[in-house]
Design a protein around this ligand. Sequence first.
Ligand code: NDP
Length: 361
Amino acid sequence: MTSSSSSSQLPADNKVVMFVKRPGENNPPTVDCFDVIPIDSPSESDITSEQCIVRILFLSVDPAQRCRMNTSTGVDYLGPYEIGEPVDGMEGVGIVERAGSASTLQVGDLVTGCIRLWTWTKYFVVDSTDLVKVNLPSTFSPSVILSCAGLSGITALLGIRKKAKIDRTRPQTIVVSGAAGSCGSLAGQIARIEGCTTIIGICGSDEKCKVLKEEFGFDAAINYKTEIISERLDRLAPDGVDIYWDNVGGRVSDEVIEMMNPNSRIVLCGQIAVYNTDLPYPPPLPDHTVQILKERNIERERYLVLTYKDEMDEAIAQLSEWLQQDRIKVKETIYDGLASAPHAFVDMMTGKNIGKMLIRP
Ligand code: NDP
């Protein structure tokens, strides 16, 4: 087989993250659920003419991976991790190091892709058709492809456009939970661009509250670990909440829903507060909350970004434009080395990240 690359060997220091232990449905994940082991780097003889070898620059760390640690994920679009198998994640970005002769990609191309899972390793053999080439202005780090112009950003943009139903003719207050994380920080900023007038974020530390106000331009921030949400919202949103971007569920969401207006909308993005439990998704709500939703005619439909595959390219173009115009700010928490990957996952689940959690293998 011929390839568009040199015949020199790739560096030998390859590693892969393995899944070795289920935490149990009702437990938080721990670093010993994973093992990081050395493996051989792939060589040209390992790829077909349509494949390439990608050197991974950044890997995305996602809450959905927690569901894959159970024997059943509870969803049909993601399978469970198998014990003793490599871990793979939702997205990555990398450089083509070797390309088969029939590949449309060239050595040196910057590539990404979310139609296949990315093995948590350094050098990754992949069908070229599963990747897209990215032309990134040299002023940006390739990580922004994951922290903004990838699934997190698309989730934020399409969630706001499809489910938030912002009424531009009237002042609109949105509350975002999980606000200092990847999807939440973008959802709040995009809500402002799309016409919301008051943006309130809920997150888990004072440091995150400061970042929300000073860097992401939120009007106010509430620390759900130290403050009473309903009391703060009473003052911050005297005319009630029109839109609730729900990343977390649980008692945070019950308290926000108490403050919602008639005919308001919830973007049901995620429920991370219950991912370490055996509750189904979406989890059942307390009777009182169900009653409020009914009496006030509050919309609360399940939202899944993968429903909108046909609109993703357009969304990426929009996000890239806003990023270049400096209309949206992005933060990243990067863990270096595959050995730190288990910690990155566990730490994201316990809120150690601001913005997108990434691994730089
Ligand atoms: P984040 O970057 O927001 O990271 C997760 C954050 O969740 C943590 O930083 C932590 O922040 C917060 N958190 C963890 N446990 C709890 C808890 N018990 N109560 C409240 N907050 C908690 O992750 P993503 O942006 O990647 O994902 C955010 C949500 O969006 C998740 O629910 C995810 O499943 C969902 N999602 C949904 C998609 C869809 O298509 N619907 C697509 C992608 C993601 P803190 O310090 O504030 O506690």
